[in-house]
Design a binder for this molecule. Structure first.
Ligand SMILES: Nc1ncnc2c1ncn2[C@@H]1O[C@H](COP(=O)(O)OP(=O)(O)OP(=O)(O)O)[C@@H](O)[C@H]1O
Length: 608
């Protein structure tokens, strides 16, 4: 990052000389527009490209900035430069208010968020148009003095635009390489999993929205004086956010520099055809280029270029997320699955209750998935959660890890109530889980997938330490060779082990494994059983939902049997599995399914 930052600042310093080169004002205006669009597209990308929350309301915040500057400079005679921080602040505050409402509602994602931001644009425009802020005729700013920063007025505007673009790009670069940026990219791929792994999704989205809109507001403030006549009709159009989106998409939304490429290309292309007869050709050509890029370069021009560059150098990935694709530490090179791993949880086997659930209920629109579950997980044990399909095992894990809120009841962890608190705080407190169907972050490499929980989970490491930790867990689970692959390039066995590695990297006190063995071949199951044993030998407490009976019998200290959302039985595996009511529960399911025998109730000999 330091190299990019130095390059950026050096480029900024070089470009700052332009007004003194005595170029015709026309060129300064063109460059003003290029920088203006770079600032807007980059600021939009900070929320929408990074986190995947596509905003169609960037025009609203840009417009709020314009009107803040216009009002303060014309009505209160505030010096123009002082109005710019105010423009940024008002736009950021408005975004924070809107985000505080929108991000609280879980359903407001994807296209609903886009529609909401679009609607906000019209609401803002209507308010401004029908109040003294504008009142209808627009605001003239011709009497506002242009500060003498450059040798000419056009030079001053150019320099202001350069400052705005630099500020936006530096912000995008810093966020891209920060913990905050990593969290935003995780939200982009799977927000629920990101939250369960410890990313404070609400706070991160709010901060990104406010930052993105604050920058747009500041750019709006500069533009108000540049055009010197502000009207709602010209400001709050759908064309503005659309242009910004197209620029970012063309350049590539998954890289901080993507919008620079897109904004420069589109602005220059449109400008090259500004003559009255050729403007339409310019627009048509821009549209065509966009169609080609969307069809053949889904990661944008810069994304594709970096991919080619990476492939030429024989290295995988550059563009998937904030770059952290460092090489495997030498000490771990060639480490096999049996390599010593960091201690996942230094918990002694005291047998005391670490997690206690009392009267936990969960219903989904009429479906009673949990009907008052009481159970405890003891420190250092492997507790098996068993039961027929649909009996509520996964739901229990989902509720305990905060993925779903309990409808009623209390869950305590290490003596503290955790039911009702956000999932990222539960993760931070020391509970990690795997998903029955692996849910890796699709655009993060295997290494980045494992480093993320090390950053946001119980361990709470910084990026560098998290990456080192991730390498260790990759060695532990035998995935070192695939560190730079994307999850889609892994087979099921490897994806399941990736789930393990991610959960372990959080250094949890309790590890909840949800059917990690399903779909694996017998030899892969043996491997996984051996791995779970090793995790337990490190002192971890494990909750283990599983249908593979030989693994259950080989691993579990105790089992709890769920049936129809209730606890039917609990105790030592050998005793519980012989109980007639447990056999009947499984048989009931088998009969419903038309099977002649209960599925896997008779313990198979353990291979492992
Ligand atoms: N998100 C959801 N929306 C609606 N119903 C759900 C949801 N999640 C679970 N259920 C329902 O809750 C009940 C319990 O499901 P759950 O997945 O917890 O069972 P399970 O014991 O884990 O089953 P399996 O062994 O097949 O995974 C089922 O009837 C299921 O259909």
């Amino acid at each position: 990052m330091k190299r990019s930052l130095t390059l950026l600042l050096a480029a900024g310093a070089l470009l700052a000389v332009v007004p003194w080169m005595r170029l015709p004002a026309f060129y300064e205006s063109v460059l003003y527009l290029v920088l203006h669009w770079i600032a807007l597209a980059t600021s939009w990308n900070l929320l929408s490209g990074y986190s995947g929350y596509f905003s169609f309301g960037h025009g609203a915040f840009f417009g709020i900035g314009m009107y803040t500057t216009a009002t303060l400079a014309t009505r209160l005679d505030m010096p123009f430069l002082w109005t710019l921080p105010a423009a940024a602040l008002v736009a950021a505050l408005f975004a924070a208010l809107l985000g505080a409402v929108a991000f609280r509602v879980q359903a407001v994602r994807a296209e609903l968020f886009s529609l909401l931001t679009l609607a906000a644009t019209f609401v803002v425009a209507t308010i401004i148009l029908n109040t003294p802020i504008d009142g209808g005729p627009g605001v003239y700013m011709s009497a506002v003095a242009v500060p003498s920063i450059g040798p000419t007025a056009s030079g001053t505007f150019y320099l202001l635009s350069l400052a705005g673009a630099l500020l936006a790009v530096v912000a995008a670069l810093v966020v891209y390489h920060s913990r905050f940026g990593t969290g935003l990219f995780a939200i982009h791929d799977d927000e629920d999993v990101a939250e369960v792994m410890g990313v404070p999704t609400f706070r991160y989205k709010l901060a990104a929205f406010a930052l993105s809109c604050g920058l747009a507001g500041m750019v709006g403030g500069v533009h108000a004086l540049f055009i010197s006549y502000v009207t709602t009709g010209d400001t709050f159009t759908i064309a503005m956010p659309l242009t910004v989106i197209l620029m970012a998409v063309l350049g590539g939304t998954r890289h901080w520099a993507g919008p620079i490429v897109g904004a420069t290309a589109i602005t220059l292309l449109l400008y090259a055809f500004t003559g009255s007869g050729t403007a339409i050709i310019g627009k048509g050509l821009t549209g065509l280029v966009l169609i080609v890029v969307i069809l053949f370069m889904p990661e944008g021009v810069l994304g594709q270029a970096l991919k080619w560059w990476g492939a030429r150098r024989g290295a995988m990935t550059v563009l998937r997320a904030p770059a952290m694709a460092s090489e495997q530490p030498e000490s771990l090179a060639g480490a096999a699955a049996s390599a010593p791993a960091p201690d996942p949880a230094p918990a002694p086997r005291t047998g005391q209750a670490l997690l206690r659930a009392q009267g936990v209920r969960k219903s989904f629109k009429g479906v009673q998935a949990l009907r008052g579950v009481d159970l405890e997980v003891r420190q250092g044990e492997i507790l098996g959660l068993l039961g027929p399909n649909g009996s509520g095992k996964s739901t229990f894990i989902n509720v305990a890890s905060g993925h779903y809120a309990a409808t009623a009841g209390v869950i305590e962890f290490a003596g503290r109530r955790i039911s009702g608190i956000p999932a990222h705080r539960i993760a931070h407190g020391g509970i990690a889980r795997t998903y029955q169907i692996p849910r890796p972050f699709a655009h993060l490499t295997v290494l980045q997938n494992v480093a993320l929980p090390a950053m946001f989970g119980g361990a709470s490491l910084d990026r560098r330490a998290a990456e080192a930790e991730a390498w260790q867990w990759l060695a532990f689970t035998g995935l070192s060779e695939r560190a730079h692959a994307l999850p889609a390039e892994l087979n099921l066995h490897q994806r399941k082990f990736l789930e393990f590695a991610r959960a372990l990297a959080a250094r949890p006190q309790i590890l909840m494994l949800d059917e990690v063995l399903s779909g694996l071949t017998p030899s892969e199951i043996d491997e996984a059983v051996a791995l779970i044993r090793r995790i337990r030998d490190h002192g971890a407490t494990i909750v283990f939902v599983e249908h593979v009976m030989r693994a259950v019998m080989a691993l579990c200290d105790r089992v709890v049997i769920f049936n129809r959302g209730e606890v039917l039985a609990e105790g030592a595996p050998d005793d519980v599995m012989q109980r007639p009511d447990v056999v009947a529960a499984y048989l009931g399911q088998a009969m419903q399914e038309g099977a002649s025998t209960a599925p896997g109730i008779a313990p198979e000999p353990a291979h492992a």
